[in-house]
Design a protein around this ligand. Sequence first.
Ligand SMILES: [Zn+2]
Length: 161
Amino acid sequence: MNSNKLIEYLQTWYEAQCDGDWEHDYGVSITTLDNPGWGVKINLYGTILENKVFEEIVLEGRQGWIDCRVIDNQFRGYADPHKLTQILAIFVEWAQTEKDWLATPAPTPQKSLDIEFLLSLGEEIGPEICKRSSCKQKRISHSVFCKMHHFEMIRGYLPPD
Ligand SMILES: [Zn+2]
């Protein structure tokens, strides 16, 4: 695989993972080592490559060295100064053995996000009563509303049960 193609594939894969969320916590890093050499880390969490088996590749000889493995859902490739492209090729070729390798991660269902948000609002500590007319609940700590009505004000719909 030529280098341009390789970078293009990595770029396409990365772009496919970015969903407004994934990229805040995960990503790809390429650094140099003081050995000297190259280090590539690619996060697989939330991608279609998560939990996919990777047979580690460890080679050392007159032609230099390379060490690629997957640890903690992270592809980690290290190699001598001549082998950055080889690390990337190992990753891309491995990724491509998965038919849907460019599939985007499954989005978190809206209901889970709603429940998470609801839980983050904390307890209805009061002592004041929710400002919504005829509501008898106490207010939560950073709002004049109870949990349900604060949720509704922010989201524009009532929370799930
Ligand atoms: Zn209320």
